[in-house]
Design a protein around this ligand. Structure first.
Ligand code: ADP
Ligand code: MG
Length: 359
């Protein structure tokens, strides 16, 4: 086990700055998720830590030692890719043992490690099979096993679940998180899927265009997004963004097309902190609803809206409507759901809302 640190790391490909001044410290045994849209530099970061790509500037440290000039094979790191590339002519045992054979690990030791990894992954009954006789999930486990038997200091995983179907992906992400906890190996896990990031990461790095947006625990990213990008990226139904201006008469309030909300002091504070007048009110769909208690306490936060589309998901429903010209979604729990065309008084929980500068 080792901590991993990247200090002021840059990666430039010709004209493209793939990674810009990246700083991150991953603690021993931590599962750090790097998440962001395609092309934001995630794979490049992993490849630099693995030693498959030089850094343009900055330093990479593993266990406190600078490894910029250490060859990939001497970094004691194992990488798992989206495309798990098993050797089709070898059975599961030989696929898992392949890296050890190259390292001249004795046969007994190889057998012990493969056996143990297979048992942990629940594939010990498949050791004699060829990859083509395995399901997608089983193949992914073999790829993981191949990384585990190396007993590395660090795991690097690049979208390892994205080739699996949705149901299997959910199952495997739980298994992976459990396995990582059990093995306690420092792990950097890359994904473009914010749900995967939120459910698996001890901490998460959110990237956009080669630049770190925020590094935090899942809960803090959700509760305190540092900017509009993070706010819109985290949350399985995205946060609503409504253009408003801050008015500071006797009672501070937000005014927008079709809405006027007096607001609590903390929200005024965060609006003033942007230093801008044209703001965006960020409210999560789960913070708009029919809560009678909140409606009684804050009748000024009620907005009568016309439900346009209603999607019932069972335990909850999504209600789509428009305020001014802005499309807004509310997520209502329970079964007492408005019908399309109905006008409903929805209450916005502005105690949980955010204000951002518009640009
Ligand atoms: N070998 C390369 N040569 C030139 N450009 C590259 C190379 N690898 C990556 N890039 C560019 O760097 C940026 C980041 O790529 P990548 O790290 O693969 O993103 P992600 O994994 O987040 O999708 C992209 O703009 C990509 O086109
Ligand atoms: Mg990638």
């Amino acid at each position: 086990m080792a901590c991993v640190e990247l200090r002021n790391v840059w990666k430039v490909f010709g004209e493209t700055v793939a990674v810009r001044d990246f700083n991150l410290r991953i603690d021993e045994g931590e599962l750090m998720v790097v998440v962001g849209p395609s092309g934001c530099g995630k794979t490049t970061i992993l490849r630099m830590v693995a030693g498959l790509e030089d850094v343009s500037r900055g330093g990479i440290y593993i266990g406190g030692r600078q490894v910029n000039d250490v060859l990939a094979r001497d970094r004691n790191i194992a990488m798992v890719f989206q495309n798990y590339a098993l050797y089709p002519h070898m059975n599961v045992f030989d696929n898992m043992a392949f890296g050890l054979k190259n390292r001249k690990v004795p046969r007994e030791e190889t057998r012990r490690r493969v056996g143990e990894a297979a048992r942990v992954l629940g594939i010990d009954h498949l050791l004699g099979r060829k990859p083509k006789a395995l399901s997608g999930g089983q193949r992914q486990r073999v790829a993981l096993g191949r990384a585990m038997v190396r007993e590395p200091q660090v795991f690097l995983m690049d979208e390892p679940l994205s080739n699996l179907d949705a149901r299997l992906r959910v199952q495997m992400r739980v298994e992976l998180a459990r396995l990582q906890r059990r093995l306690g190996v420092t792990t950097i896990y890359v994904t473009h899927d914010q749900v995967e990031a939120m459910t698996m990461g001890h901490r998460i790095v959110i990237m956009n265009g080669g630049i770190v947006q925020q590094i935090d625990t899942p809960m803090r990213l959700y509760e305190r997004p540092a900017n509009l990008f993070v706010a819109g990226f985290i949350g399985s139904t995205p946060m609503n963004f409504i253009p408003v201006t801050l008015e500071r008469h006797d009672e501070p309030a937000l005014r927008g097309e079709g809405l006027y909300f007096p607001i609590p002091p903390e929200l005024v504070e965060s609006g003033l902190k942007t230093g801008k007048e044209r703001l965006v009110l960020g409210v999560r769909p789960e913070d708009i609803g029919l809560d009678p208690e909140l409606a009684r306490q804050h009748p000024e936060w009620i907005c009568r809206v016309g439900a346009e589309v209603v999607e019932s998901l069972g335990a909850e429903s999504l209600v789509y409507f428009t305020i001014g010209r802005t499309a807004v979604t509310a997520r209502l729990a329970g079964v007492n759901i408005p019908r399309p065309g109905e006008t409903v008084p929805l209450v916005f929980n502005l105690n949980r809302a955010h204000l951002f500068a518009r640009e």
